[in-house]
Design a protein around this ligand. Structure first.
Ligand code: SF4
Ligand code: SF4
Length: 436
């Protein structure tokens, strides 16, 4: 029998008009249903395991109900500095390719960033330099250096790694720009190990050796690398465990791995058959494929954004040991209680990388670490680099669009006019209509 969890606003996947949506639980799964006056009923899977769906209908990220992105907190500001790419992936939500030519002039980038910082976005923890493929931008290095000069805490470069594999001098120059070692992270597209994975997800042959060479060059130059895997049920679902292990082997230079279930936005040309791959299914898959490294209890939401926008499992790394700790973190259900609320407040409005820095400084975690560290001095745990994180980022498409999540969004892409917009809203409602 259906159990109503909440009402929200969603979109019709055919005409993209906003329509009322209903989130229900049925047989241990969670679904989003809607009825468009023109196109009829549609239902999409939101969670394959209702235990890993966290119901929240009010806006939590900025504390203001239904605030616009311009006023709400941004953990991450994404600049798409070029639409050009050196690949043409069948799964590209920006529909980039080598045939496109637009790139944002440096002065425009600098002016938009400065305006955002002046308008109160200076608390953003992360600026993501994205595209297309950002390394194809003629002034890519200058843009990265400018972000660091402006005091951005972390600069993430969303890259497919092709240039980092082929151009070692570029990697060395990037490392030199990040002279403080630790503010530039390469958010590296890495979908697995099989040739068939890359031919299907990236539409390119012999890409795996390129990815390995990119990793080799970046780590050799002492840059931080976060492998980012687009996960598709019928293509590379079974490779998640090996990707997690690869990252763990390279800790602390890889202290996180991101798993993104494929979503149907932009140029999505692969098979859409069957139900959506959800955060819950990914979490189950990681547990099954990592030989006890994590349990399902380790996966939970973060206080930033809507709880269904990010799930993560956290471990502490001690030599060869990987000690899962997030199972001891406060459960979502307790976040509003007096004992837990201050810690939640402390880490709210941050992305995981900087969130862990806040957690690492908290008394609560010190106590936990004392227990876990078997008489080690807890001061040794002060660095968040001791953590190893498996993150799951389920971006939305028209089928899964939940306005509550958009209202609480803290991952904002900068539109052509320089305004911050929820990335999911941008992908679902604005790119398809050319409202960039
Ligand atoms: S998904 Fe990334 S690498 Fe692939 S075409 Fe799009 S921008 Fe390029
Ligand atoms: S970008 Fe999408 S998935 Fe990420 S926080 Fe915003 S609404 Fe949630």
């Amino acid at each position: 029998m259906d159990k109503l969890l909440k009402q929200t606003t969603t979109v019709c996947p055919d005409c993209l008009d906003m329509v009322p949506g209903t989130v229900i639980e049925r047989n241990g799964k969670v679904f989003l249903g809607r009825c468009c006056p023109l196109h009829g009923d549609n239902e999409a899977l939101l969670a394959s395991d209702s235990a890993l769906y966290w119901n929240q209908s009010d806006v939590k990220a900025c504390g203001v109900s239904c605030c616009g992105a311009a006023e709400s907190h941004s953990c991450s500001l994404i600049f798409e500095i070029t639409e050009r790419c050196n690949l043409t992936c069948p799964t590209c939500f920006t529909a980039s390719s080598p045939h496109l030519t637009w790139s944002m002039p440096f002065d425009e980038f600098a002016s938009k960033l400065d305006q955002l910082l002046a308008a109160g976005k200076s608390s953003a923890d992360i600026v993501q330099i994205s595209g297309g493929e950002p390394t194809t931008h003629p002034e890519f290095e200058r843009i990265v250096a400018h972000c660091l000069d402006r005091g951005i805490a972390k600069v993430y470069i969303n890259s497919n790694g092709v240039r980092f594999a082929a151009d070692r001098p570029l990697v060395d120059r990037l490392a030199a720009i990040d002279a403080a070692r630790g503010r530039v992270h390469i958010y590296l597209q890495f979908d697995g190990f099989a040739e068939s994975t890359y031919s299907q997800i990236r539409g390119s042959r012999n890409l795996y050796p390129v990815k390995r060479r990119a990793i080799e060059n970046l780590l050799d130059a002492e840059l931080f690398v976060v492998p980012v895997m687009t996960v598709t049920r019928d293509i590379n679902f079974g490779e998640m465990g090996d990707v997690v292990r690869l990252a763990r082997e390279h800790h602390p230079k890889m202290n996180a791995v991101m798993l993104q279930p494929a979503f149907y936005a932009g140029r999505y040309e692969n098979d859409k058959g069957g139900e959506h791959l959800t955060m819950a299914e990914i979490a189950h898959g990681v547990v099954d494929q990592t030989d006890g490294m994590f349990s399902l209890d380790d996966f939970g939401p973060i206080p930033c954004s809507n709880p269904n926008c990010f799930g993560m499992a956290v471990a502490l790394v001690r030599g060869e040991r990987t000690i899962p700790v997030s199972r001891y973190f406060p459960r979502f259900e307790s976040w509003n209680t007096p004992a837990v609320a201050p810690l939640v407040e402390q880490v709210r409005d941050r992305l995981p990388a900087t969130m862990l820095e806040a957690v690492a400084e908290s008394d609560t975690l010190d106590l936990l670490l004392d227990l876990l560290s078997e008489n080690d001095d807890s001061a040794n745990w002060a660095s968040y680099r001791e953590f190893f994180v498996v993150g799951i980022k389920p971006f939305m498409d028209a089928l899964t669009y939940d306005q509550h999540r958009v209202d609480a969004c803290c991952v904002h892409v900068i539109d052509r006019a320089g305004a911050p917009v929820s990335l999911c809203e941008y992908n679902v409602l604005r790119r398809p209509r050319g409202l960039l």
